[in-house]
Design a protein around this ligand. Structure first.
Ligand SMILES: [Zn+2]
Length: 127
């Protein structure tokens, strides 16, 4: 009985750790988005592509769907992206999530949808 309790305690601790990691990753993702927006005056949002390995690809998006910044790849708390991403430059097959973080509240939903398809493709709509 005691062993079981300890195990579940450990599992809880692990779960908590994972949640903290995820929280931290989201915070730094938001900071990156803010930084990209600052450097891209004509951007209306930032495309965020998350990979299964934890790396992220981001680029500012202009109102016409063209990139408004360079594509930035980064890995939270790391000097550089992981070896896998270095090799395949963030392959589509390893994408876990992609969306546009809109920063312009005046954009209407139709335009957002249109830009999302233009920038990320129709696969992004489900998320
Ligand atoms: Zn990676």
């Amino acid at each position: 009985m005691k062993i079981k309790q300890e195990k579940s305690h450990q599992a809880k601790q692990k779960q908590k750790q994972l949640e903290k990691q995820e929280e931290r990753a989201l915070r730094s993702e938001r900071a990156m988005v803010a930084g990209i927006m600052e450097g891209s005056p004509e951007a209306v949002g930032v495309a965020v592509i998350r990979f299964e390995c934890g790396c992220r690809k981001m680029a500012a998006v202009a109102k016409d769907g063209e990139p408004a910044s360079k594509v930035i790849m980064y890995r939270d708390k790391a000097e550089s992206i992981c070896p896998k991403c270095k090799k395949d430059n963030g392959a589509f097959s390893r994408v876990t999530e992609s969306f546009i973080d809109w920063q312009d509240n005046e954009l209407d939903d139709d335009l957002k949808m249109e830009l999302t398809i233009k920038v990320l493709g129709t696969d992004a709509i489900v998320h």
